[in-house]
Structure formats: structure tokens, C-alpha cells
Ligand binder design. Structure first.
Ligand SMILES: [Mn+2]
Length: 452
């Protein structure tokens, strides 16, 4: 049996306390977090449900529909009059014996209060009628506009209703504030409990990548390798892939967001796998590129070692106070030096960095935040400047090299090769810890895992 990390409801309570504290320091108000909805894949069959990350981060509640409101209320002199306000209000699907037989257990309004700690809980059907009252005289509304048009309209109606009632004393929210400076700043810096979940996701993902290297032999299809990967995710207690699994053999590796298809892996090709398992709503994000026949050819090895060298150099630049722009610049410089050495680019290193000629072969950024979402929340720039890294932030470092099969400028031996190497790093007090260090990465490690 795999040990499981029990849902720790005290952890969510602590988060709410910290968020309420921060809201009060930013003028109070109400944080409105819609739950995810079930989406139809085709008539009467839904996609696998996955809770909205913001909602889950605050509540730990894992059912569709409704919303949660975290209410700090007014601040300053008016705060005293605000003391009986509930802090957590939830709208949830009510218990329903008939429906639960078909679709499973629901916590209901009772569970929302007793298990999830809501001060007040109501059935989803009462949401529209109660929302204006909850926003009345409560200060600014913290809400992410532009995600779901139905929610934007619902919020608009609640505000309009309060405005219409202003002659009777109602006060609509004085403004709508985005979640970035509140909730997303909190999510950007991971607590030890969150790092523990990411570490588990990383362990599961390491096993999956090794399974892919073992299974990805000549004659296999990409989808079969994907099945090995996702089998490992589920078998080890993960929820499944945290994003669409990429298994891209040969020239498919040059398509950045290719998905595992039906292409047969062939002797002499490289196979690029970008896959991460999700554990308790935290996902890993790892890429490895391995030779289908178990041994890198000379040109494949030359490009692979260049990407690896760039990745290691970029990782060494990760430490508190450094910026993602600086990490990217280290990576680009190493790549450009190698591209010139190998004849992919001509001229000087500074020139090719300056004119961005390297983008012909390296067209994406080196890093993104990682957490509950594969491209996790959190501002990348503060006041227009790349923000300094701090302990607890989690990021990927993922350089690549992609030589299009029809690139007449590139030496012929490199055409059609796509390589990416990606690890997940948590920033520590003095540098970083590579959470995905267990995934084979050097030429020797990869070849010895690809036993043929
Ligand atoms: Mn990534």
C-alpha cells in the first residue's frame, strides 16, 4: 500500500486565516471563488472532474458547482460593526438521495459546515438570490474577471442589484480586484505541505519516465508509451496526468505542444516525453528525450549534451534574489555558444543573442511557475521588472533545441531533431532543490535505462 497524504483540513483553515489577514491589510472585502463545473465530453459523458485550484487551495472541497466566499468585510473604523459577518460561506450541491445513487456522495450543506468549516452554507440554487446580500457593505470584491462569462455576468447582476438598492442604503463593492496580489501571491510561495505534495508528484513522475524509457522501443506507438506513463501515475496513487501527456517521436519532437499520437517509434529516432503526474492537485512537469534504440547517434548526442549543459548552467543560476530573466539569459548564452560551435548559427555569440537568431531553434522561455497548475499562478514581473526568486517558489528549468526537418540552413545531420530537458526546482534559502533529480538525465543514465 502507498501511504496517502490525508486531506488536512487544518491546513486549509490556516490558509484562510492567512488570507483574511492579508485581505484586511489590503482594504478588506470579499474573496469570491467559483468551484469548477462538470463539462460534457459528449452527450451524457463528462470529462473527468477537477476542482478549480483557487477554490481548492482555500477550502479543500472537491465537488463541482457553487462557490466559496471568504469575507474579511470592511476595515478600519467600520470594522467593529462588521463583527458578526461569517468568514467562510459556501454554496454547494445539496444532499440528494436519488442523485447520489447515480453520481456519488455529496457533502451537502451539512458537510460544508461540519467538515469544511463553513460558517454558513447554502444550496447552489440559492446563490443568485443571496449573492447581493453577501456583497452588500462588505468592501471590495476580489474576483478574477474573464475566466467564465457566466460568472462575470452573475457578479455583474449582483453589483447592479446593489446599485439599484442604494437609495435604500445598499452599498455595492467599490471595486473589483484581481486575485493576483492576494491569493496568487500566496500560492506562488509553497508551504512545506505543498512541497511535500510536489515531491510526491515528482516521485511518481520519475517512475513514469523510467517506464517510458524502458518501453519506448522501435515498433511501439506513442500512445502505448503514454499508457505506460499514465499507468505509473495511477498505480502510485496519483490522480493521473497534470496536463496532456506529450510523447513525440522523431520529427514530432519539434512540435512544442504535440500530444501522444499514433506514430510508431523508429530505430534511430529520439523520443521526447513531457509528462507530469498530479498528486492531491499538485503536478510535476518533466521532460526527457531518449533514443528509441537505446543509444544516441553522434549528432543526437551533440545536441543533447548541449541542451543538458545549458540546463545545468541555468539551474545553477537559481537562488534567492536571482530572476527568471537571469536564469533564461544564462541558458540562452550557453545554447547560442553551442549552436555556433555546431554550425547551427554563424557569427558571434553576442550578435546572435542580440538579434534573437537563436529563436530559430529555441523559441520558448526557460522557466515557468509550477504548483497546482502546470503553468502556475503568480506574477512574473513586479513593476515591470523580472521578480527576484525567494525560498518556496517552484519553477521549471526546461531548455530545448528544435531543428525543423525542412530547415535548409541547418547541417543536415541535425534536421528533424527535437530535444527538451525539464526539471522542477524549489528555491531554498541558499539555492535550489531539484525535486525531479531521480529521473535519468545524463547520456549514460538515459542509455542505461533504455535497455534494449
Ligand atoms: Mn513545463
Amino acid at each position: 500500500m502507498e501511504p496517502t497524504m490525508e486531506r488536512d483540513l487544518e491546513m486549509f483553515r490556516r490558509r484562510r486565516r492567512a488570507l483574511l489577514h492579508r485581505m484586511r491589510s489590503l482594504g478588506g472585502g470579499v474573496l469570491l471563488l467559483p468551484a469548477a463545473e462538470e463539462k460534457l465530453r459528449n452527450p451524457s459523458a463528462e470529462y473527468l472532474f477537477r476542482q478549480d485550484s483557487d477554490h481548492y487551495y482555500v477550502t479543500g472541497f472537491d465537488e463541482p458547482e457553487g462557490c466559496a466566499l471568504l469575507i474579511a468585510g470592511k476595515c478600519g473604523a467600520e470594522a467593529a460593526a462588521d463583527e458578526d459577518r461569517p468568514e467562510l460561506v459556501m454554496f454547494v450541491r445539496p444532499r440528494d438521495k436519488e442523485k447520489e445513487i447515480w453520481t456519488g456522495y455529496r457533502a451537502g450543506v451539512e458537510g460544508a459546515r461540519e467538515v469544511y468549516g463553513a460558517d454558513q452554507a447554502y444550496p447552489v440554487a440559492e446563490l443568485e438570490a443571496r449573492l447581493p446580500g453577501l456583497l452588500d457593505k462588505a468592501g471590495p470584491l476580489w474576483f478574477r474577471l474573464g475566466v467564465d462569462p457566466a460568472w462575470d455576468a452573475r457578479v455583474g447582476r449582483a453589483i447592479a442589484e446593489l446599485r439599484n438598492r442604494s437609495r435604500a442604503g445598499s452599498e455595492p463593492p467599490p471595486g473589483v480586484k484581481d486575485l493576483e496580489l492576494l491569493l496568487h501571491e500566496a500560492r506562488l510561495v509553497k508551504s512545506p505541505e505543498e512541497v511535500a505534495r510536489l515531491r510526491r508528484a515528482a516521485e511518481i513522475t520519475a517512475e513514469a519516465h523510467m517506464a517510458a524509457m524502458r518501453d519506448g522501443q522501435p515498433g511501439r506507438r506513442e500512445g502505448q508509451v503514454q499508457a505506460e506513463i499514465e499507468y505509473a501515475f495511477r498505480r502510485r496513487g496519483g490522480a493521473g496526468p497534470g496536463y496532456g501527456t506529450i510523447v513525440a517521436t522523431g520529427v514530432n519532437g519539434c512540435v512544442l505542444h504535440y500530444r501522444a499520437g499514433d506514430t510508431v517509434l523508429k530505430d534511430g529516432e529520439l523520443c521526447l516525453v513531457d509528462a507530469g503526474g498530479e498528486y492531491d492537485l499538485y503536478t510535476a512537469d518533466v521532460t526527457r528525450t531518449f533514443p528509441v534504440n537505446g543509444a544516441f547517434s553522434k549528432p543526437q548526442r551533440a545536441l543533447y549534451e548541449l541542451v543538458l549543459e545549458s540546463q545545468l548552467a541555468a539551474m545553477e543560476a537559481v537562488k534567492p534574489g536571482a530572476t527568471l530573466d537571469a536564469v533564461h539569459d544564462v541558458c540562452v548564452r550557453k545554447l547560442v555558444e553551442g549552436m555556433i560551435r555546431l554550425g547551427l548559427l554563424q557569427g558571434g555569440v553576442d550578435e546572435r543573442i542580440e538579434d534573437k537568431g537563436f529563436r530559430r531553434y529555441y523559441m520558448h522561455r526557460t522557466s515557468h511557475w509550477l504548483g497546482m497548475d502546470v503553468h502556475d499562478v503568480g506574477a512574473y514581473y513586479l513593476d515591470g521588472k523580472s521578480r527576484p526568486l525567494a525560498a518556496g517558489m517552484v519553477l521549471t528549468v526546461e531548455p530545448g533545441l528544435y531543428v525543423a526537418p525542412d530547415d535548409a540552413q541547418a547541417p543536415e545531420e541535425f534536421r528533424g531533431i527535437g530535444i527538451r530537458i525539464e526539471d522542477d526546482l524549489v528555491v531554498t534559502g541558499s539555492g535550489y532543490e531539484n525535486l525531479t533529480d531521480a529521473v535519468p538525465k545524463t547520456v549514460e543514465e538515459v542509455e542505461s535505462t533504455c535497455v534494449r
